[in-house]
Design a binder for this molecule. Structure first.
Ligand code: FAD
Ligand code: DHB
Length: 389
């Protein structure tokens, strides 16, 4: 097969990029190692920034998002019994949308056939070749038969564990990383949310987050040591812990129910540079990971795709080779800002095992400052709704 752009990975980054390129008449194909149900079964992000919503709007795929998603005007930081509201709409004029990553992925998946976007699922053993050249190619196996895709560019949208990043020579690539000493234990349940706005809580027993997917479906998290096992967290224990950490008001409004999904995700900050090497462009988790505290992972994948699609369209439609050369620097400028915000909010809202009374006093002082300063709230709000692309 011959195409202009071979996209590896059909998560949100790969599918968004595929649709954006197709809409501009750039030929592409998406290779995904899993089957569609597996991809849709992964419960991940829940909060969409403007950039993600605007890309869905540009594609004309925002109808369900607007009908079923929940626009949010603010969110809350809880510290013991205190609730500090960050009025994001009042401060920035912008909102965020509660709409699950699963739903975005489903909307993009469902629209692929009618828009002629070819997505090849269950592509095994995907391997990248000659990324240094102007004629790279990708090989994979489908139904036992070896296949080859010749292309001008490869877009590595294959997440943290995919093969694309490994195709950049070690002499060129640089890794920046911080691994955190805890993970988030998440529960999804068909119960009404305890609050109409998100609550991020820093309690002496640890972090908790009250989030939602709809008026009838809730998503909650607590942080746990990396040594903890899912089987040690039956639903009742998790609900009890959430009730303590989120504080009495949230606890009083919390409806318990059986878990539809429960999982532990480790926290990591990770950046790989450059995000382009030769004919390979990396987008999303393939190039960077943020701890989930700022709700940035999926949205950062969307902003990468915004820059990557613009560069590829400029190359194929405008003959502008410099646009692709400039992709890494443009994308990384925003990546570093999101890394900074996610890291700061993680430090503010979690109890680190190595921290002592001084570090805790600094958290309290910072939360006091945020509670009393519109300027401090604006800083948080403008980062939370998403910095401009
Ligand atoms: P992915 O969604 O990882 O998609 C990559 C795709 O590439 C996958 O479909 C994968 O199967 C495919 N792939 C991998 N290897 C190959 C291969 N060899 N060949 C072909 N295809 C391949 N962010 C938030 O904002 N909030 C959250 O609550 C949150 N929770 C998360 C929980 C977990 C467990 C994880 C891992 C991430 C979470 N994130 C969260 C981050 C967010 O989900 C990601 O940033 C987002 O999914 C990035 O999208 P992506 O398309 O870059 O990568
Ligand atoms: C959700 C996840 C996040 O990481 C976050 O910061 C807010 C909400 C969620 O899954 O709903």
């Amino acid at each position: 097969m011959k195409t202009q752009v071979c996209i590896i990975g059909a998560g949100p980054a790969g599918l968004l990029l595929g649709h954006l390129l197709k809409a501009e008449g750039v030929d592409c194909v998406v290779l995904e190692q899993r089957d569609p149900d597996y991809v849709l079964g992964r419960i991940r992000a829940g909060v969409l920034e403007n950039i993600t919503v605007s890309l869905m709007e540009r594609l004309g795929l925002d109808a369900r998002l607007k009908a079923e998603g929940l626009p949010e005007d603010g969110f809350n930081l809880a510290d013991g019994e205190r609730l500090i509201r960050i009025p994001i709409r009042e401060l920035t004029g912008q909102q965020v949308w509660v709409y699950g990553q699963t739903e975005i992925t489903k909307d993009l998946m469902d629209a692929a056939p009618e828009r002629g976007l070819e997505v090849i699922y269950e592509a095994e053993g995907v391997a990248l070749h000659d990324v240094d050249s102007d004629a790279p190619y990708v090989t994979y196996t489908k139904d036992g038969a070896q296949q080859r895709v010749d292309c001008r560019f490869i877009a590595g949208c294959d997440g943290y564990h995919g093969p694309s990043r490994q195709a950049v020579p070690a002499s060129v690539g640089q890794v920046f990383e911080r691994v955190y000493p805890f993970g988030w234990l998440g529960i999804l349940a068909d119960v009404p949310p305890c609050n109409h706005e998100l609550i991020y809580a820093n309690h002496e027993r640890g972090f908790a987050l009250a989030s939602m997917r709809s008026h009838t479906r809730s998503r909650y998290y607590v942080d746990v040591a990396l040594t903890e096992k899912l089987e040690d967290w039956p639903d009742e224990r998790l609900w009890d812990e959430l009730a303590i950490r989120l504080g009495p008001d949230a606890a009083a409004n919390m409806t318990r129910g059986p878990a539809i999904e429960k999982s532990i995700a480790p926290l990591r900050s990770f950046v790989f540079t450059p995000m382009r090497h030769g004919s390979l462009l990396l987008c999303g988790d393939a190039a960077h990971i943020v701890p989930p505290t700022g709700a940035k992972g999926l949205n950062l994948a969307a902003s990468d795709v915004h820059y990557a699609s613009a560069a590829l369209v400029a190359y194929f439609k405008g003959g502008d080779a410099d646009a692709v050369a400039g992709y890494s620097a443009k994308a990384l400028a925003r990546v570093w800002q999101c890394e900074r915000f996610s890291w700061q909010l993680t430090k503010l809202m979690h109890r680190f095992p190595e921290d002592g009374p001084f570090e805790r006093a600094m958290q309290v002082a910072e939360l006091d400052y945020i509670a009393g300063s519109r300027a401090a709230q604006l800083v948080i709000a403008e980062n939370y709704v998403g910095l401009p692309v």
